[in-house]
Design a protein around this ligand. Structure first.
Ligand code: AMP
Length: 257
């Protein structure tokens, strides 16, 4: 099976050349023969990670492991963890690593994750990244690729101002670019959509500062391991989805080939 590196994929996509050639040939990504795809979506809040992770869940049956959604579920259920993290989320701060890592490890212990996972919003610190790598190593698994959603702060603030979320099934809409069909109600379950308190402009700016300080260093961390693929996250949802569809065959290792 032919090998392809993260640098090669990034170069091809950045230069805007067609990557059909790569899509037509099933290749192992970086010689990492993971049984199932374990993809990390890395990028600032509002860069479109959640929307694309939802699509990978629907189209490829990957588990969408969104730490933000898991924390919001805990808050909605009023659990002990929910009570501990409620104010942290409202302020746009990061939940301490020990709590976050423990929650992710619990989720990874469920059998559905065996078919592959897209990590959406995790890891956000170097300690989280190391904990994830150790855990996957222990189970003979590995991170297939890290997709970096690249976008400017101004584009984020504008996007999050128009973002709406279904509090019941977590699906995401945008009043400008990805409107719900019926007024401000969820297309799937009809629940009235909400504008997350932490999507208001001043909290967004704070979350972006935290992202730049604590999470952005992970870009270099993964780039050095040749795991990082860049995507221009200012493109439309459809364009990014099409790009993901092209890349997916490279992330799925087929032991019979
Ligand atoms: P998100 O929905 O990914 O934007 O996450 C919403 C909030 O959940 C963040 O602003 C943090 O307060 C918390 N959170 C989500 N993921 C993490 C993480 N990996 N580490 C720490 N806090 C997190």
């Amino acid at each position: 099976m032919e090998q392809v590196s993260a640098r090669e994929i990034s170069r091809v996509s950045v230069e805007g050349q067609t990557s059909t050639m790569m899509a037509n040939q099933k290749r192992a990504f970086n010689n990492r023969t993971c049984e199932a795809p374990y993809l990390i979506f890395l990028g600032p809040p509002g860069s479109g990670k959640g929307t694309q992770a939802e699509k990978l869940h629907k189209n490829f049956r990957l588990v969408q492991l969104s730490t933000g959604n898991l924390f919001r579920e805990q808050i909605a259920q009023g659990t002990e963890l929910g009570l501990r993290v409620k104010d942290i989320l409202a302020k746009g701060e990061l939940v301490p690593d020990d709590l976050t890592i423990a929650m992710v490890m619990d989720r990874l212990a469920k059998p559905d994750t065996i078919m592959g996972v897209v990590f959406d919003g995790f890891p956000r610190t170097l300690d989280q990244a190391l904990a994830l790598q150790n855990k996957l190593d222990e189970h003979g698994k590995c991170i297939t690729a890290v997709i970096h959603f690249n976008i400017t702060d101004d584009q984020i603030v504008e996007r999050l101002g128009a973002r709406r979320m279904c509090p019941k099934d977590n699906s995401i809409y945008n009043l400008k670019s990805y409107k719900p069909k019926d007024d401000e109600k969820c297309d799937i379950c009809g629940t009235p959509l909400i504008h997350r308190a932490d999507d208001k402009p001043d909290v967004v700016r704070h979350r972006l500062n935290i992202y730049r300080q604590q999470t952005e260093p992970l870009i270099e961390f993964y780039r050095e391991q040749d795991m990082l693929i860049e995507i221009d996250a200012a493109r439309t949802i459809e364009e990014i989805e099409a790009q993901m569809d092209e890349w997916m065959p490279m992330f799925i290792y087929d032991a019979n080939e």
